[in-house]
Design a protein around this ligand. Sequence first.
Ligand code: SF4
Ligand code: SF4
Length: 320
Amino acid sequence: MNRFANKLAEQSIILRRARPEILQVNVGKLCNLTCIHCHVNAGPKRKEIMTRETIDRVIDWLAKTEIPTVDLTGGAPEMIPDFRYFIERVHRLPPPRKIIDRCNLTILVEPGYEGLAEFLAGNKVEIIASMPCYTPENVNAQRGEGVFEGSIKALRLLNSVGYGVSADLPLHLVYNPVGAFLPPPQAELETDYKRELRKHLGIVFNKLYTITNLPIARFAAYLRHNNKLDEYMELLISAFNPATIEGLMCRNTISVGWRGEVYDCDFNQQLDLQWQNRNGSGLFLWDIDPDQVDDREIMTGDHCFGCTAGAGSSCGGAIV
Ligand code: SF4
Ligand code: SF4
């Protein structure tokens, strides 16, 4: 049993799935950036991307369900050749689904991606965008030189097409710590972001989500390199908050990889904790009956302490 499962057992907490409400699809590891906190090890040289054939299988499965939200992540999801095809197909499904694009912002202003902001607005795609700080120093240190400037240009572009301004075009930002510490309180930080971005740069947005960095992939390597991995793990464990359990994203999200394989969350996906059938074979989305997912056991590991520390952390920010 891992330390997280032990902690749950000690406190008599049962962690099982509820009804699926979000299909989160990680369409690949290709990205124009190589951020130090990346849990996907994404970058410009990665070759893993979802093919059109797999996209069709995912959407055909989704069409048989009423799962209300499709959440696209990566890498930079916009970089796969069939990104627009994916969105257009989901957009046409009955009943209507909410579509989320987890965007690194800079891709919107890269050559070759002209018209992307307008396309997203036209399809009423909600944007959740990484913006780890409102100062250039912190953003560039975590994400690379020039990323702050590119992000600001992209935010201005999004505001100009209605994002963060029109009620039907939500623009949420994501803060994650630039080191081995937990995020500050979400509501206070949101106030600071709104004030600073509006005052100095004329940018508006809807909500700020604070997300804790999980000690896996590139962020774990960064911690190990700086001799901070054990210290960070201890910090997460000591901040365990049982009140976060009910709101953990693995309870209502089905996470799908670029080949269609299924996981409890995007972190488990990067750790290859794929769902298995009774014979130990890996399960793909098209093997799953959405009505049989409720109450399924969730595969956990020590990394799960990152989701339950302090105010908790999920794809929608703090939990409590
Ligand atoms: S954190 Fe996001 S933007 Fe940065 S390398 Fe990873 S996928 Fe790309
Ligand atoms: S990493 Fe977080 S979301 Fe994923 S299974 Fe663990 S607790 Fe759940």
